[in-house]
Structures are given as structure tokens and as C-alpha cells.
Design a protein around this ligand. Structure first.
Ligand code: ATP
Length: 325
């Protein structure tokens, strides 16, 4: 097995402000191997985006008041790296695409210029003119008539086409790791499917690894090699995608699967997950999922379950995982 490209250990990210402290990510560990598509899945607010943003130290709102643990990428710890050294990493070794492809593009600048800027900055012209290199990139992400499209502004593109352009910009630097934070959530299902296939194709062609964030286990099944299920700032379960679907061993994973329409075969009815995720400024003691868990016993409210092996490469943080699996 190859050495990890990225190794996150005990990552803890805390935001302080307005008289409350929120630990958005609380002791998260995972590895991503070169060329692997690793999924991070969970309900809204469980800390998926904060985990990703910690890797490139780019936070949408206020920066965290505290970051602990380690993020080892190509031998460097990104938690302690100086801001000035981050320039070598962000947008170059690690690139990111976001949920909303409209706001991520500059509406006042032609698409071609936005792509060419990245190509020039990262010196990826390989003897071509910037315009020709941009045409080649647009072709590689499946944009038709790229020569003509270069002169258009973002508003002339559909949501799916804008996401293709953003993927092209992200790929301009040939990153080793692409972080894709809900890249298909804002798109309709047929376009979503095309973008997922594009990410798989580009992974096969470039060998880049992908950290794929989604709230949708259906998307995980289609795309990811391995997956971590997050709940309230922690990892509840992690496994190869096939193992996770074959033997879900955490009640939260099972609840997420119960809320997913069956792709094949008969399913009597979908089971919504009752209740809501906890407020991360005051999470419940013991297992954070216990107030919503139909398998919970008294011990679950007192003891914090460690992540333990269910089988090799498959870990779950549930005191009753043996019975549940
Ligand atoms: N800059 C910030 N300041 C304060 N709290 C924040 C900040 N960024 C995120 N949080 C809090 O951290 C928690 C996790 O947020 P995060 O965006 O990572 O969740 P998520 O799982 O990605 O959800 P979504 O899918 O809705 O984006 C939330 O409670 C959120 O309110």
C-alpha cells in the first residue's frame, strides 16, 4: 500500500466569538493516498467544510481561534506552516472547488483570462501560448467550442459549465490533491452525474487525489474509494466504500443509509433521521449521536466511544458496533 499523500491526525478546530466557543472539528484523523478519492459525508454543520478549509487555511468567515493536531502533506505540517509558505501549497499542490460555481468566478472577467491567469502564475504553458493552453484545459474538462467560450463572461455559462470552468482553473496547476466541497449540490441531477464522471476521468488521467465532501451517500457510492462519515465534529465511521455499504457499523451511518432511496430492488419506505444534530458549542456528553440513536443504552450517554476496528481498514465509534454490524 502506498504512503499517504495527506495525513490528518487529531485535528481540532475551534472558533471563539460572541461569548461562545464552537469546536467545529474535534479530534478528526484520516489519510488520503495518492490518486485516491476520499469522501467526507455527513449532515449540514457536522464540520466537513471546516475540515477541508483547514487543509488550505482558507476560511469563509472568521479564522479559527485555535487549530490543534497535525496535517502532514508531502512531508510538511500544514498546521504549523507559516502563512508565507502556504503560497507554495494553496492553489498549487492543493486546489479547491466549491459548491456554488457562480460566486467562485469573477463575473466581470472573461473566462479565458481567468483560466490563463492560473496557467501563467503556475508556469504550466509548456511552450504553448496562454490562449492555446486555456483551450486545451477547457477541452480536457469537456467544454465544447472552447475557442469561442474563452471570450465569454461567466453569466453566459450554465451551472454545470461554470463548474467545469472552475475545475479547469483548479487543474491549471496540476494539483496533487483536489478538494471538492459539495461540487454538485447546486446542480440538477443529470449535470451532477456528468460532473462526477468528469472528476473520475480526470483522476484517472492525472493521478491526483480528491477529497470529496458531500451530504449524499448516493454520490459517495458513485465516486469514492474510501469514506469517512462525520457527525458533530467527529468521525463516526470510516471504511472502503464497498465495506461501508455492505456492513454499516455505526447507527448514524445506518440512519443515513435508511434515508437514501434504494437504487435497485424494493424498499418499503425511507426512514428520516429523527431530531437534529447538536449545537457544537455544547455537545451532549458520551456519544454525540446518542440522543438520536435508536440503539442507545445508558452507557452511551456517559462514555465517549473510541474509533475501533470492525474489520481491517474499517473503523466505527460505537459502543455497540459488534451487535449493530
Ligand atoms: N468562521 C466560523 N465561525 C464560527 N463558527 C463557524 C465558522 N465556520 C464554521 N463554523 C461552525 O462550524 C460548524 C461546522 O460547519 P461546517 O461548515 O464545517 O459544516 P458542514 O458539515 O460543512 O455543513 P454544510 O454542508 O452546511 O456546509 C458549524 O456549527 C458552523 O456554524
Amino acid at each position: 500500500m502506498s504512503a499517504p499523500l495527506l495525513s490528518v491526525r487529531d485535528l481540532k478546530v475551534t472558533f471563539a466569538g460572541r461569548g461562545r466557543t464552537v469546536t467545529a472539528v474535534d479530534g478528526v484523523s484520516f489519510d488520503i493516498r495518492p490518486g485516491e478519492i476520499f469522501g467526507l459525508v455527513g449532515e449540514s454543520g457536522c464540520g466537513k467544510s471546516v475540515t477541508c478549509r483547514s487543509l488550505i487555511r482558507l476560511f469563509g468567515g472568521a479564522a479559527p481561534s485555535r487549530m490543534e493536531g497535525s496535517i502532514t502533506f508531502e512531508g510538511r505540517d500544514l498546521v504549523t506552516l507559516r502563512n508565507s509558505d502556504f503560497v507554495d501549497i494553496r492553489g498549487s499542490r492543493i486546489a479547491m472547488i466549491f459548491q456554488d460555481p457562480m460566486t467562485a468566478l469573477n463575473p466581470t472577467m472573461r473566462i479565458g483570462r481567468q483560466i490563463q491567469e492560473g496557467l501563467i502564475r503556475h508556469g504550466r504553458l509548456a511552450g504553448r501560448t496562454p490562449r492555446q493552453a486555456a483551450v486545451d484545459l477547457l477541452k480536457s474538462v469537456g467544454v465544447t467550442a472552447p475557442e469561442r467560450r474563452l471570450d465569454a463572461y461567466p453569466h453566459a455559462f450554465s451551472g454545470g459549465m461554470r463548474q467545469r470552468v472552475l475545475i479547469a482553473i483548479a487543474l491549471a496547476c496540476r494539483p496533487k490533491l483536489l478538494i471538492a466541497d459539495e461540487p454538485t449540490t447546486a446542480l440538477d441531477v443529470t449535470v451532477q452525474d456528468q460532473i462526477l464522471k468528469l472528476i473520475l476521468k480526470l483522476r484517472a488521467e492525472t493521478g491526483m487525489a480528491v477529497l470529496f465532501v458531500t451530504h449524499d451517500l448516493g454520490v459517495v457510492a458513485q465516486t469514492c474509494d474510501r469514506v469517512a462519515v462525520m457527525y458533530a465534529g467527529r468521525i463516526a465511521e470510516t471504511a472502503d466504500t464497498a465495506q461501508l455499504f455492505a456492513k454499516p457499523s455505526h447507527p448514524y451511518t445506518r440512519a443515513l443509509l435508511g434515508a437514501l432511496p434504494a437504487l435497485h430492488g424494493k424498499q418499503d419506505r425511507l426512514e428520516p433521521i429523527g431530531g437534529a444534530p447538536p449545537d457544537l458549542s455544547a455537545p451532549p456528553p458520551g456519544c454525540r449521536f446518542h440522543p438520536r440513536c435508536r440503539f442507545a443504552v445508558g452507557q452511551c450517554a456517559r462514555e465517549e466511544p473510541p474509533l475501533l476496528d470492525v474489520e481491517p481498514g474499517h473503523l466505527s465509534a460505537c459502543l455497540r458496533m459488534k451487535e449493530i454490524a
